[in-house]
Design a protein around this ligand. Structure first.
Ligand code: GDP
Length: 249
């Protein structure tokens, strides 16, 4: 139904019939493509380069280019997704080097926008004071980075919703940080030991548990797999229309 869809800002879909609207929904998502903002240059990744690691928001690049930040629990598949998006093995490994996992890592795409790899959360083995410190510094980035177009919050769809992910999603919602929910590992078959549900069911459950009264409009969500590359084109189209909207405002 229309209420569960994500319409890019300024998109008037009232003139579209149900069939016309259906054609505009990106596969495996609730995202409607707007004819106004999609396309143009740079939907495809032609060029990707690691630019810098920063430990504070103030140290991030200051060229004013729009950016998307990837965040998620450790092991959610963040590096794999980053590599799948840019179609490069090992690009994201730069941020997996010791000392860089706790940094804000900027990758410049096509010379015109950034993908940002943020520290993962929920490491079981991290000392408590380190955990809170990562939290503080990532939250500062979310609240103060003016060129942040949207956070891409990664959620593992091969397992049932975890409290820590729900809390993180609610925090982003409460603070009105633009967020896209990216469900990872959607290729995985259901297993009894991980809840016995299909990825689609876990995706639905997560949203039902998360939305509550935090979100007035449903956040965009999309299903992906770094194994089959499902969702890759769709993520790039979504990023392209968000970027084009952002650049015009
Ligand atoms: P990170 O810690 O969030 O950067 O996670 P990684 O990208 O290192 O992935 C963690 C584990 O999940 C690895 O064993 C990956 O092979 C696996 N993985 C990542 N993405 C996918 C996916 O889309 N499908 C499946 N089946 N496994 C994945």
């Amino acid at each position: 139904s229309r209420e569960t869809l994500f319409f890019p800002p300024d998109t008037d879909a009232s003139s579209l019939g149900d069939e016309g609207l259906r054609k505009r929904i990106l596969k495996g998502s609730n995202i409607v493509l707007s004819s106004k903002y999609v396309g143009g240059e740079g939907v495809e990744v032609v060029n990707a380069e690691f630019v810098k690691s920063s430990v504070r928001t103030e140290d991030c690049p200051s060229d004013g280019l729009p950016e998307f930040a990837l965040v998620g629990r450790s092991n959610v598949g963040k590096s794999s997704l980053l590599n799948s998006i840019v179609r490069r093995k090992r690009l994201a490994l730069t941020s997996k080097k010791p000392g860089k996992t706790q940094c804000i890592n900027h990758f410049l795409i096509n010379g015109s926008w950034y993908l940002v790899d943020l520290p993962g959360y929920g490491y079981a083995s991290a000392p408590k004071e380190l955990k809170t410190d990562w939290n503080r510094f990532t939250k500062d980035y979310f609240l103060n980075r003016s060129t942040l177009v949207s956070v891409f919050h990664l959620i593992d769809a091969s397992i049932p919703a975890k409290m820590i992910d729900l809390e993180y999603a609610r925090w982003l919602g409460q603070n009105q940080i633009p967020t896209t929910l990216v469900f990872t590992k959607c290729d995985k078959r259901k297993k009894k030991k991980s809840g016995g549900k299909r990825a689609e069911e876990n995706v639905e459950d997560f949203q039902r548990l998360m939305i509550g009264d935090v979100f007035h409009t449903p956040p965009p969500w999309i299903m992906t797999s770094s194994v089959t590359n499902v969702g890759r084109e769709e993520i790039l189209l979504h990023m392209s229309q968000l970027r084009n909207y952002w650049l015009k405002h």
